[in-house]
Ligand binder design. Structure first.
Ligand SMILES: [Zn+2]
Length: 541
């Protein structure tokens, strides 16, 4: 038995009426919580008399372990060793960074870069602007992970010159039809990304998983939800679990990419259903496949999000990747098979289309299956209401609303339309279940940065900046922490056993140095992370 005493506890328990902190203790045994309440109690006295181990929280805040609702675990692990270009604001800076990295990493087979802000390069991204830097293949991922800028060596090893544009993607080409350097949407997600994963050795893949789970655990997570699973990644996670204790629970949504061929779509869907049967949340709760992921559009920064109005400089609106009828059919098939659907939808048009697909299911299907929409960045007021009415989960990533990442939007869609961006408060008020994630590696994975963006709408990247992103959509601290814990647990059918602190729940929690105030979130420090009653991270060890 263990007692964590002298704590300020935020239980997130749906039964608790209070949105404040409770001073007291948590008692747990065999990974399960027995008691949450005041330090002075019969339960604590009995545990002490029985020889329980005592842990002094030293007046720290204890929250349920965080659960990140939307991650890409292998890509996160891989990203931890890539060159970070986030701070670069011009082609010259990007070139200088790559040149320096190339010199200091002669042993690497490729030059992999991350966090490129597309707006930092004024003209189209061209291979020839990189070709003189190094003979090795160079890949520069956009920060949103929806496109990549490649040099000629990279385009050659991918073999894209002889390929047509894939469904839902584009291989940008010059006047002669030769690939010019930029790969958008499925040309990156479906070609370059799987290729870069396929060239990793088994040991490199295990190292990626290890780096990622360690980083999550140190940041206070006891669970993660991967949002684009496939065979290769699942095999790597599976292999890792055979040889390591994993300090968190993992759920995955199987990627069903769009194709003009119904046979191809059905093959992916059949695989997803089989994986769900084999790794079902009821029989394998800490390592399971709960549903499918569908990508309905792109991102605003890449002008690939599907909007009801055109982007400022263009005459026609961008259409969703899936024709509405095809999306609705796959959603209905997955629903009938008992799987959840998670639909990536950023633009208002893609969001409406996804909600329409869920609304066509027999009621109350969205609630029963806990279907979800990812991102919801530019949602109309009417659709915010529909999320609540239909019980569709709003799975959002407050880190993406950071003012430092929002700068290109006014130029792309106009300031007026920007006022609808990241309407989290509206989702909450409409009664939609809200869950938080970070979409790492498209943004930092730390839960407290995410909570800071959600509650203050100020920049965690540039804390000294007074800029805000639609502060009227900020949500209260208690609601934000619930979205990052019990709300995320709900999305993957785990709220009955984790995500809140109450008797009978898994002892998954953090001890954090934290002022209980949004302004203090950037200074928050995770002291300890506990998973299933075991301490899996301690800052002091
Ligand atoms: Zn994602």
């Amino acid at each position: 038995m263990t007692i964590v005493k002298n704590a300020r506890i935020f239980t997130c328990s749906p039964k608790s009426k209070s949105d404040g902190l409770l001073s007291g203790s948590i008692v747990f045994e065999h990974g399960s919580i027995k008691y949450v309440g005041p330090d002075e109690s019969d339960d604590v006295a009995r545990a002490t008399a029985a020889g329980a181990v005592e842990v002094d929280a030293e007046n720290g805040v204890v929250t349920p372990g965080f659960i990140d609702s939307h991650v890409h675990i292998l890509h996160f692990g891989l990203s931890l060793s890539k060159l970070d270009l986030f701070k670069c604001t011009s082609l010259e800076e990007i070139r200088a960074q790559i040149k320096a990295w190339a010199v200091s990493h002669p042993e690497e087979r490729r030059i992999l870069c991350k966090a490129w802000m597309q707006s930092s390069v004024a003209t189209e991204a061209l291979a020839r602007d990189l070709d003189d830097l190094d003979p090795r293949p160079i890949y520069i991922e956009a920060i949103d992970l929806h496109s990549a800028w490649c040099n000629t060596a990279a385009l050659d090893e991918l073999g894209v010159a002889s390929l047509p544009d894939p469904d839902g993607g584009r291989i940008h080409r010059d006047a002669n039809g030769r690939p010019s350097g930029l790969l958008s949407e499925s040309a990156f997600l479906g070609l370059a990304m799987p290729f870069l994963f396929s060239v990793l050795s088994p040991a490199e893949r295990q190292a990626c998983v290890h780096r990622a789970v360690t980083a999550f655990s140190e940041a206070g997570y006891t669970g993660i939800i991967d949002m684009a699973m496939d065979d290769d990644q699942w095999a790597a996670l599976h292999a890792y679990r055979q040889t390591h204790p994993v300090p968190l629970h993992i759920t995955a949504y199987w990627l069903v990419p769009y194709s003009t061929s119904d046979d191809v779509i059905q093959t992916h869907l059949t695989k997803a259903i089989a994986m769900n049967r084999k790794f079902h949340p009821s029989t394998s709760p800490s390592f399971c496949v709960t549903g499918i992921k569908l990508i309905a559009d792109g991102v605003v920064d890449g002008c690939t999000a599907a909007l009801s109005q055109p982007y400022g400089a263009k005459p026609d609106p961008v259409e969703p990747i899936w024709p509405a009828a095809t999306l609705a059919k796959v959603v209905a098939q997955a629903d009938a098979a008992g799987l959840q659907c998670a639909v990536h939808a950023i633009g208002d048009k893609a969001i409406s289309q996804a909600i329409d697909a869920f609304a066509r299911l027999e009621q109350p299907q969205p609630l029963r299956r806990r279907h979800r929409i990812e991102h919801l960045e530019l949602c109309s007021a009417e659709d915010s209401q529909r999320l609540g009415e239909l019980g569709i989960i709003a799975s959002v990533q407050p880190v993406h609303s950071d003012p430092a990442m929002f700068r290109a939007w006014p130029g792309l869609i106009g300031s007026h339309r920007c006022q609808r961006a990241f309407a989290y408060r509206e989702f909450l008020d409409a009664g939609a279940p809200v869950a938080f994630g970070t979409d790492v590696p498209t943004a930092a994975h730390h839960p407290f940065l995410n909570l800071y963006n959600a509650t203050t709408r100020r920049s965690a990247i540039e804390p000294e900046s007074p800029d805000t992103t639609n502060p009227h959509f900020a949500i209260p601290l208690a609601s934000a922490i619930k979205a990052a814990t019990v709300g995320a647990a709900y999305t993957r059918y785990a709220d009955s056993w984790t995500g809140s602190l109450a008797p009978g729940m898994s002892a998954d929690f953090n001890i954090v140095d934290l002022d209980w105030d949004p302004a203090g979130l950037l200074q928050a420090k995770v002291r300890q992370t506990w998973y299933q009653g075991k301490r899996v991270f301690s800052a002091s060890l």
